[in-house]
Design a protein around this ligand. Structure first.
Ligand code: B4P
Length: 192
């Protein structure tokens, strides 16, 4: 299965993708993780991305697409993948469809996790205390949520219009949300 996870920062994309990887036995590809690894490794790409990420902004479409193409052609996505954190704007959504058409691996389904803003802020503040991620500061979080509303929310419509969207309530325990996703992805039994 080729799955895209959509949702605001803190909606549980990374959390659920890690569980879905075990369940579906396909790789979890997080553009956030790929970018953070490039920053840690101090590659030229990482150096370019670092300040943008810390402010909560989006890294340039060109950089992220190049990095994603490299990852999607690594040879382990024959049975599918879970894409987490991409696409984040309409240009990325179109670029992804073009890239995957070329690779003969179109997206089957996009799962959107819906969580209200107050809860998102609370979750990210919790992670800031535990992990100290540079982009979980209150200012960067505000910026990330604003960018989500302006740039990423239209991506949900993009998948809805092409009949590939599953919209789910992302509020509840991690187990409850996981169960909801698994049920939504299960094939519908034949009736009659
Ligand atoms: P990401 O790594 O994608 O960060 P994120 O949106 O915060 O999501 P994440 O998956 O980490 O968190 P989750 O909701 O699971 O991106 C980071 C940055 O990288 C971006 O700001 C941008 O600069 C750059 N970037 C990445 N992709 C890009 C792209 N395509 N284009 C341009 N730039 C890009 O979890 C958050 C917290 O909530 C956790 O602490 C978790 O424990 C908690 N949580 C999750 N589910 C919960 C539940 N059910 N109940 C309670 N808490 C829960």
């Amino acid at each position: 299965m080729r799955l895209v996870l959509l949702g605001a920062p803190g909606s549980g994309k990374g959390t659920q993708a890690a569980r879905l990887r075990e369940h579906l036995q396909v790789p979890h590809i997080s553009t956030g993780d790929l970018l953070r690894a490039a920053v840690r490794a101090g590659t030229p790409l990482g150096l370019q991305a670092k300040a943008v990420m810390e402010s909560g902004g989006l890294v340039s479409d060109e950089i992220v697409l190049g990095m994603l193409e490299e990852r999607l052609t690594a040879g382990d996505t024959g049975n599918g993948f879970i894409l987490d954190g991409y696409p984040r704007n309409l240009a990325q959504a179109n670029a992804l469809d073009t890239l995957l058409a070329r690779l003969h691996q179109p997206v089957d389904v996009a799962v959107q996790l819906d969580v209200d803003t107050e809860l998102l802020i609370g979750r990210l503040a919790g992670r800031a205390q535990v992990e100290g991620r540079a982009d979980d500061t209150p200012e960067a979080v505000r910026n990330r949520l604003k960018i989500y509303d302006e740039a990423t929310a239209p991506v949900v419509e993009f998948y809805r219009q092409s009949g590939r969207l599953v919209h789910l309530d992302g509020v509840g325990t991690m187990d409850e949300v996981f169960q909801r996703i698994v049920e939504a992805l299960a094939p519908t039994p034949d009736v009659g």
